[in-house]
Structures are given as C-alpha cells and as structure tokens.
Design a protein. Structure first.
Length: 318
C-alpha cells in the first residue's frame, strides 16, 4: 500500500547559487503557508500523420517543454525573510553605527534579480523535491486587519530533481511574526497625510520570462521581457482628499512601518500616484475606499525600498 502523507511540517529550504542551475546546500529554512512548486512535462503527439494498422490513433509522442516552478507563501518575520527580500528586489545592504546590534538592512530594486536560488520543497510528512535555477518573477507582501504579514512568490525554475528523502530543516533563533497590530496608528503616510488601513499589499513584478532554445526542453536563465512594475493596493475608510489626489494626479512617497520592540519592518513606496480610487456604497456600513498606487522611478529611487532592523549581522541571515 502506498504511503499517505499530510501537509503538516511543510517547509522550504533556500540557498543562493554560485552557478545558475547548480543546486547548493540549503542555508535558510522557512515553514510555508502553502506551496504549489512543481515540475510539468508537456508531451505532444508527433506531427506525422502515421496511424496504427486498424484505427485512427497516433503512434507516438515527444516532450516539448520541461518546466518547473510555481508559487509559495510564508509568514513574514522580522528576522528570517531577508534572503527572500534580496532575491525579490535584487540588492541588499547592512549598516550599524556601533559594530553590533541593532543592524539596519535595506533592500532595493537592482538592474537584475540575483543569479538564482536553490529551493528544497519539503512536502509535509512526505518526500522533498529540490528546484534549481529559481528566480522570483513576482512577489507580494500583504497584511490585513487581524492577520499576519505574508510573502508570496511566483518562481520560475530551470528544473527539479526527482523526489527523495527530505532534508533536515535548521531554523534561525528568532521568529517574531510581523503582525497587523504592529503597524503604526495611523498606519499609512502618503502625500503629507496619514491614513488608517484596513489592509495593505505591495506587488513587485520582475517581468521574467522563460527562454526556450534548441538543445534542451528546459528553460535557460529567465530574463526580463517587459518593464518592471511596483503596485500598492490598500483599503481605507473613505477620505475625499484621496479622491481629489487621484483626480489631480498627485505623486508622493508613501510608508508603512511595523514595530516590535527594537525590531522594525518598513515598506517605502516611491514616486507613487493613485492609478485607481473607488468608494462605492452598497449598504449602511462605513464607506471604504479601495486604492491602487503605481510607483515609478525618478532615476535615483526605483519605486520601492524595504528596511528591516533586527539583530542579524547580515541582510540574508536565516
């Protein structure tokens, strides 16, 4: 009888590759909320019109594309998501005024995302599958009232190895979740004013695409195929000043900061204008506004900057 697995205990193991597509021993581990990482082999019939001797059935097929990737979601903590932020935005730096904690880590958009990640997808109580040559094509930080901030990534991988025995996770010592209640009150500042938030998300689309070439059914290293985008979505209680800013095409920087003790997690979205502002009324409850900010580059600031303060000496620590 086949083994029966459950999803409890599912984690991902991560490592920055030295050579694209060459798996590396995992250095960072995170429990997952969900994971759809998988390998898909597309098989198509041969184009020949040849059939069997008695019917009209085709006789054979071939592998056209061997692709890997998918999405995963993890909790955001103050201590443990630096490696993912680095591979999402592209660059990171660390500063301390004293040579010791606290350390300030800054994550910014770079010309390209880092070379590649190895991701081991430990499938609960079952086996694991190791994906190599992973690049984050899109990622979203999100949090809603009464919730925990999460990070969801869409990944394009070169390929994956056959499923086998799971690695042994080694988690960092800190594990403080970024909670909705850690946000400032009001939580959001933009255009010189502050607003209470119902929910908040920021998505960076790195616009990566697969590259199919003769000689392999797997992709070569995914590269940008379009403009990168940074978009912020949030809900506030209705404020006519925001509708006025939408109509006036006002541009400004915005920030939202979460704090727990000496640790903090700040998202700054830059050169942002309101690309959507909607506040329909459908019942007698408090009227809310749904807002979408589109961020831009000004040649110096590239649309988003994430700053994390913690006790880690490096920006990508476990």
């Amino acid at each position: 009888m086949a083994s029966i697995y459950s999803g409890r205990g599912s984690v991902i193991g991560l490592a920055t590759e030295d050579v694209y597509g060459t798996a590396k021993a995992r250095s960072n581990w995170r429990p997952v909320i969900s994971s759809s990482l998988t390998r898909t082999v597309e098989k198509v019939p041969r184009p020949s019109l040849r059939v069997g001797t008695l019917g009209a059935m085709r006789r054979s097929n071939y592998v056209s594309v061997d692709s890997a990737g998918g999405s995963f979601s993890v909790e955001c903590t103050y201590e443990n998501v630096g490696l993912l932020l680095h591979h999402w935005l592209g660059s990171s730096s660390t500063y301390t005024a004293t040579g010791s904690a606290p350390f300030t880590h800054t994550y910014k958009i770079a010309e390209d995302v880092p070379l590649g990640l190895t991701i081991e997808n430990v499938r609960g109580t079952g086996t694991s599958e190791t994906f190599e040559g992973c690049r984050i094509s899109s990622g979203t930080l999100s949090v809603a009232s009464a919730g925990v901030m999460s990070f969801e990534a869409e990944v394009i991988a070169e390929t994956s190895a056959a499923r086998g025995s799971a690695g042994t996770p080694s988690f960092g010592s800190g594990d403080t979740p970024v909670l909705h209640s850690h946000a400032g009150t009001p939580a959001l500042t933009w255009g010189g004013s502050s607003y209470n938030l119902v929910d908040f998300s920021v998505t960076v689309n790195n616009a990566l695409s697969t590259r199919q070439h003769l000689g392999s059914a797997a992709t070569k290293k995914p590269l940008r195929s379009d403009f990168q985008t940074v978009e912020v979505s949030c809900t506030v209680e209705c404020d006519d000043a925001l509708m006025a800013a939408y109509l006036a095409n006002t541009e400004s920087d915005g920030t939202i900061t979460f704090t727990s003790g000496s640790q903090s997690f700040k998202v700054e979205f830059q050169n942002a204008y309101l690309s959507a502002c909607s506040d329909p009324i459908s019942d007698a409850s408090i009227v809310q506004q749904s807002l979408t900010f589109t961020c831009q580059s000004d040649g110096t600031n590239e649309g988003i900057e994430v700053t994390v303060i913690n006790a880690n000496a490096t920006a990508t620590a476990n």
